[in-house]
Each structure stands twice: as C-alpha cells, then as structure tokens.
Design a protein. Structure first.
Lengths: 276, 276, 276, 276
C-alpha cells in the first residue's frame, strides 16, 4: 500500500522566533519513503537539521516576523497491515530490559509516575503481567476517558486525565503511558500520521495523531488508548517520553497558528507520484 | 587538592528489587580520579553498568530480599578553585545553541516551563540577558525560598517551590532551572559531592548535593541557587533534566533506606591513599 | 430604569436527579422587583426553597428522568447607575472588620489563599492599601489574563489562572478574589445578570455573569476583573466564597445541559409588564 | 467521667498581628463544662468573641509585637462512652436532607469533590449505601494512607493525600470527607480534644485532633479515618467544611509558633477542680 502524506502549516509571529519542527518521517521508516521527505519553508529561510536524543529528525529555523508556512508532501510504502498483536508477549523484568529502554520507566512532564503508583496497583494489580496488562490499561483508559476536541489543554498531565476523565489523543496516551511505567513496563509517546484507512466512518478532521509504544518480550509494540483497536497505516514521526519531547513544533517565542492541514491517504498506483 | 569521596548506603527490601544507582563520579571527571571508582555491593550481587542518554554512569543490579549495602571510597584531584565566574558570558540565541543543549529548554517532571513562562517575564523581564540574568534568578530563588530538611518532599515541582517558598537543595535548583528555561537559557540539573571546603561553619550533615548548570557563551557553567556563592570542591556525578533523571538510586519496587553516609573531605598528602 | 430578566434552561437526565438552583434574584434586590420572581419548572415537580448560609435563595427539587426545564421572566427596577466608585475607601484592619466578613478572608475551593500569599506581596506590595489596591488587582488580572469561552474549565483554580493566564468570567474573579484575601481584604464571589446596557457593542451571547465584591471602608463594593470598567444594570443573584458556593445549578447526579438562554434587557415603559 | 482540658500556646511576632483563635469548647458541649472555658491571653490584650457561620466560638485579638501566650484549663463532664455506632443508619437522599447539611456536600479548599468523583465510584460503587459505605471509606483511608508527623504539610489537599498516601490526622479526614461528599453524603471536618483514654499505649505526644462527622439517618455521626476505632473522650471544639474553616489559630500576618502544649486527661474526683 502507498500512502500520500503531507501537511501545510502556517504561523504568524510579531518578531523573529526560533522554531524546532519534528515533521519528518521517523528514521525507522526512511527506507519506506518513495519520494523525498523534505520540509519546505516559505519564506525560504535557512534550516538546520539534527537528531535529538531519541533519534528523531528535528528541523530548526528562525521564523521571520510575519507569516511562515511549513509544508510538504511525500509518499510512503506501507504493509497495510494493522498494528501487530502478540498476546503472548511477556513483561521483561527491569533487570533484563535493554538499558536504552530504562529512560521510559521514569517520570516526565506529563507522566507523573510517582503520583499514580499507588493507584495503579489498586486498579491493575490483579491483571496478569505482560501484553494483557497493557491491553487492560488501554481498555480502561479508552472506556473511562471521554474524547473531545474542546477538551484540549496543553497543560493537562496524566493525573489531570485521571481526575478529569476527558481529553484528546495525547491525554489518553499520557495516562496509559504513566500506568505502564508505574507497573515497570517501559512506555513511550509516539506521534505520526494516522489516516482513516480501513475505518468505515472517520469522525474527525485529519490531524497528526498520538499513540504509544510499550516494550514487551523483545521489542516495542504499538498501542493506542484513544482508539483501542488495531489500525492500519500509522506512519511514525517521533518518539519521546511524552508530548513535551515530541511537539510537532516548538516555538521559542510567541507564534500564532493560522493554518493547519494534514493529509494521509491511501493512493492507488496511478496517483502515487506527485510532482514536486 | 585531593578530596576523599565516599558513601555507605543501605536498604532493606522484602523481595528482590531491581535498582539503578548513579553513584559514580561523572565521566568528565574520570581523568581526575587517583583511586578506582568502583561501587561495592554487599552481598556481592552481579551488577551491570551502562551510560544513560546523558552520559551518566549507571549501575543496575537486583537487591535480594533482605539488606543491601552500597559503598565506596575514592580519591579525586581537584583544582581547589571556586566555581568559575564569567559575568561577561552572553546568552546564546536559540537558533545558535548547540543542538545537544536544546533538550534542556523543554519542560520536565519537576520543571513545568509551560506553567511559569508568564511569571518569569514579569519577574526577570527587565534584567539584562546572559550571566546577569541567571545570577539574578539564583539570587531571587536563594532569597525567597527557605531551606529546611523537614521540607523535603519528593513530589515537589518548581511551581510548588514558587508557591510554597520552602524546600531542600533540589527544590531551589528546580525552580532556578525552570526560570532559565522559560527565558530560553538551557539549564540542567546536576548532582554530586559538595563538601564544606572553604566554608567556615558547615551547618549541615554531609549529603550528596544538587546544583545546576546553565549554558552561556560557549559552555555549561555551574550555578547553585541554594548556596548562591561560588564553592570549592564540587565533584560531579550526574546531569539530567531534573531530579527524576538523576536520582542517586531508583528502586523498581519497595525499598527502605536504613543507612546513608556520605563523605567528601580535603586530605593532605599523607592521608591521601586509603587502603582498599 | 426597568430591566426585563429571564432564563430558560433545560437538562436531560437518565435517572431522577436532585438539583439545587440559585436562580432567584438576591434578597437584597427583592424590593426592586416589579413582577414576581418565581422559578417555574416543567414538569411541575415539587420544589423546596431555603436560604443558604450566605442568605442566597436556593431551590431544591428532583428532576425526574427525562427532560426538565427551568424558566422564568421577571422585571426589576434599577437605578441605571454604573457601579459605585469610591477611590477614598480605606482598607479596614482585620481586627476592625465586621465579624461576618471574616469568612471571606479564608481559602476556598477555587481560591488558594495559602498558595498565592508570597506572590501577591511581590506584585502588589507597593500599591497603597484600600480602593487603589483592589483596583490595581483588577487591572492586573484584566490585562494579564486572556478571555475566551473555549478556555472554560470547571476545575480551574486561582493558581491555575495565574499560571495559564486564560479563562472565562469566573476565572478572572477567582484570581482577583484570592489576591484580595491574601492582602487581608475580604472578597466574595457574586453571580447575577449583567446585560449590555450602556455598552456600545456587546461581544458575547448573553449569559449569567460573575463579578466580585470587596469590603472596604464600611461596605461591600462591586468590582469586576473581567470587564474592569463600571457597568450598569447588574442584578445580583447570589454571593459566596467562590463559584463552588453559588453554582447556578448543582446536580447531585448526572445531568446534561441541553438549553441555556438568559435575557437581561432594558425595557421602556410600555413594554415593561409582560403577561405571565 | 471528668476530663481536664487545657492548652498553652505561644507565638512570636515582629509586628502587631491580628489573630483569630478557635480554642473554645464547642457550644454543643457548653452544658458539660464544670469550670469556665475562657481563653486567657498574656499580655492581657482585648479580645472580641463571636460565632462564625458554623456556630463555632471564635476569639479575635491583636497580638502585639513580641510574644503572646494563649492558655486555659477547664473541666468537662463526659459520658465516657466510645463514639456512637449505628450500622443501620441509612443514607438520606439529597432531596430529603436538612437544608443546613447541604453545604457539606460541596467542594472546599482541601476537599476537591469535583476531582475525585470518578474515582470514588470505581472504588466504593459496590459498597452498600449508608453507614457501611462511610465505614468502608474510613477503613480504606486508614489502610492506604501512612501516618507520620514529618509528613505534615498545610497545603496538602484530599487529592494529594490520594496520590501521596501519607499525612497527619487532618489529611486522613480530608480524604474521607471528600469521598463521602462525592457519594452525596454530607461530611464535615471536626477539631477538638482527643486524649488517650482507653488506649493502652498512646503513641503520640498530645495534640489537638481532627476527625469528621457524616450525616446519616437523622443526625451527624463521628467518624475518624485516622484511628478507625471508636474512641472515648472526644471534646469537640469546632466544625467546618475543612481545615481552612477551623484552624486552631489563623494569623493575619507573620507569626512564629514557639510553644504548643495540649492536655486532655481523665481526672478522678479529688483532682477534678484545678485552681485558676
């Protein structure tokens, strides 16, 4: 399956503002790209690209006072398979975890592991360890939290989600991630494209999406406490400890979002190559 | 100057508990070591050592049910100079910062950059950028927050320090770090040894200490909002975004601290070499 | 001036739900009523009316499963004068305050006096006591906080307003009230009707409004940190320590608001009496 | 049984500071007093006494710069019976509750009813309503929260207790009160004397104590989530929505506590009358 990916985002700023964008497809998917994946900027300011400590591709540039537009279109090959499932995947004792997974056990800005540890044992203490436990967490969060765009709030933490029981994508994942970490399961936040491929009726305008990954058995597995069903066509952009690490754009100064369009559509062969 | 460093720490656990300890001298000081720096464990369990994403030396092991003792003694060469001062050091625009400093601008568990950004401009908006601004932050925090061991609380965030105006070492640094980041100055948490060298009357029992580093001009500089005077004899152990990253020990299970001794003393030549 | 007041509010409930409504004009305005002020309920369930500890008129009833409608229309005589101003009004020492004002110095659900006391002295310490200080608080809150209906959130406290700098009517008042109390000025939350009388362009759909009262010299004075200009035509419904005390309706069970209309219009003589 | 009650409390202040003390025995116990209950102040400043909205006896005075001492000794008759138990006491539907109990269903400074409502149904939803449910709440809080004087913190709310699982008397009661209110059971905070009468080994230095009252069937009943066993010899001083309402002393300015002694001892006849 080929998926057409793209975004078109504009900001207005009153002064020069440095920005960092995490808008590239993640290096783990580079080999699937069928067109270049190069963020274009109008006006054509200089951009410097680097990898952060999570190996995400980051683009830094100065938005000059006025309007800046970030846009791109690319094409990615996808298996078309839904998220892999492995109910047999075991929880790995902390002592045997790969050392680079250990950072995903710690508390972070939106994931107060320390504050929810007592709670988590009361709620999930009786669920068998491993895949089942992560799945139980996703189902709990999915069932107990109400989704709604008006509930979006950039300061909401996992504890806030636990008490308020409302939120958007990221909030669902933050609570599930925190519960996993409390139970010594490495969990990390993921952002990327998630189209409505295979979904009968897509209820929402297209946006970037958030999900999370949990480390079980011998690898990271995709989970999604918001949708809580395997989905096709996820294309990863960035991973991190929580949304603070992988904001689509971070502005080091005041910037007003004035346009935001994302596309992620399955294409058939004849439409696959778009002129740049 | 030679400094004798050491610690002797015990825990009791009811079951096997995996622990990660950040008790080694930081790699940046390895060349100053005059004796080996090897954590000893009783009982003599297997330990595996690795570097985390901040390049800190981490030791992972399983504490068997019962008592576990972590201890060591080593010797380090130190210049004996107080913390370097450079009032001319300039603040670097975000666009020109080394990319590996950018992670220290983001919010973290104990440093809610998003929540204190408005406040910080009201308080420090008129202070000239660069060294002076970081120094003004340290002086403000030092003057406004009351130190007291009974105030220790592992869940206290920078915002809590700002409202409660009390705390221990780490709390002072968390607030100062957050203020720096709000002003686009990279700031990171540091833990290590800080003896009473050069201090007429040491008021406190010896403990590990926390300070912070701010990136100005072309390097990281040591600041300490708790003491707010240049000090001699700091020996760095670990850096991170905040105390969640560099806990001296992290226990993945219940563990009760039963002994905690730290030493950090200047030695004269004849005492310098201690038999292992 | 005669003001036509009215509301039409509907809820849907899945089961019988007890509700308390504070929808009457406050007893202090009873003598100004030119028509009866009796809440009507459809279906016509039994209602019991009482005064709470703030002397507000409260109506308690059971909403049967299904739809319930609360509505009324009444007419009130008003001086048409804008909120009284008295820049000479002095702050009264706590020891000389009437004892029934003292409860309005304490912390309450949305007004964490304890958490903002240090802050308030830093911000308002140099402003002369009395009317000027309350006015300075209103201007600060008005200027620093951004109004927006999408920012509405029932759990937001004064500290949240201070850090997030956004909110609706109630949030502005909660922060201003808390600042006043921190400075030992009794301040209480007020809810009522506030039409657009005398306002050239009314930007908002009509709603009930929130303002606050501060005790200075020898009485309570109306302040409004949201609008921060004297307004005509306020008609008080309820006072309390904060919005938790004077919710328009409190449901002791799940109830979904399905309609909410409020009117508050100046009428000329010929229109003044509306047939019931 | 006769109980000798007394306290001796000193503060130091740098300036004149107005204070309000709630140090009298509650009016509901006035008829049990066998000696006068008059707070004495050194120096002998003027004091004015009033009832607050909860009918507590409050004393207001100005502490002159320097040291102020509040002290008293009185004698009270007590039945010697442990706290009344009534496992048959029913929960009263909100619509049938006496109207003066309704204020004890609302959120207050330390009792965030709104934030814990979802949680409470998950934890106690299956426990039968009435006495059993309040008892289940007390047992849960008693078992899950660890008592310790070093954990005392004046800003800790019920939600904090729920996440931190540690605290002193007041914290236990705040969490239990909040749980009750979430379940539509009126609950109020109580402070008073609680000696070690009938307790084999009293673990703590004597202090004032906090407990709470829940309204069931036709009256207020004493519960104590801290001790969770019926106790003898409670002597009520004040009730309120939470500790913010019934602080032993509230200082409207800076005051340093320098002495704090409380006594509450059973006396036999010959010792009963103490010379004033």
């Amino acid at each position: 399956m080929l998926i057409r990916l793209g975004y078109d985002i504009s900001f207005e700023t009153a002064t020069d503002v440095t920005m960092v964008a995490l808008l590239n497809v993640h290096p783990s998917r580079t080999s699937d790209l069928r067109e270049p994946d190069i963020m274009r900027i109008e006006p054509n300011v200089q951009m410097d690209q680097y990898r952060d400590s999570f190996d995400n591709i980051c683009s830094r540039f100065v938005a000059p006072a006025g309007t800046i537009r970030l846009f791109n279109s690319t094409l990615v090959q996808d298996t078309g398979q839904p998220d892999a499932q492995n109910p047999e995947a075991r929880q790995i004792p902390v002592n045997d975890l790969p050392t680079d997974t250990l950072r995903y056990l710690l508390a972070s800005r939106y994931c107060e592991v320390d504050l929810l540890s007592s709670v988590v044992y009361e709620v999930f203490g009786n669920v068998p360890a491993g895949w089942q436990r992560v799945q139980a967490i996703c189902t709990w969060v999915h069932d107990k939290v109400t989704f709604g765009y008006p509930f979006a709030r950039s300061t909401r933490t996992a504890l806030d989600v636990y008490t308020e029981r409302m939120g958007v994508c990221r909030d669902f994942q933050h609570l599930a991630i925190t519960f996993c970490r409390c139970l010594n399961i490495p969990a990390r936040y993921a952002s990327g494209y998630l189209g409505d491929i295979g979904v009968p009726a897509a209820p929402c305008p297209m946006d970037f999406s958030a999900w999370f990954e949990a480390y079980l058995e011998d690898r990271w597995w995709t989970f999604d406490a918001r949708h809580n069903v395997p989905r096709q066509g996820r294309v990863l952009m960035a991973v991190g400890r929580d949304a603070a690490d992988v904001a689509i754009t971070t502005s080091f100064g005041s910037a007003k979002l004035t346009n935001f369009t994302v596309i992620s559509d399955e294409v058939n062969g004849s439409q696959a190559v778009e002129a740049f």
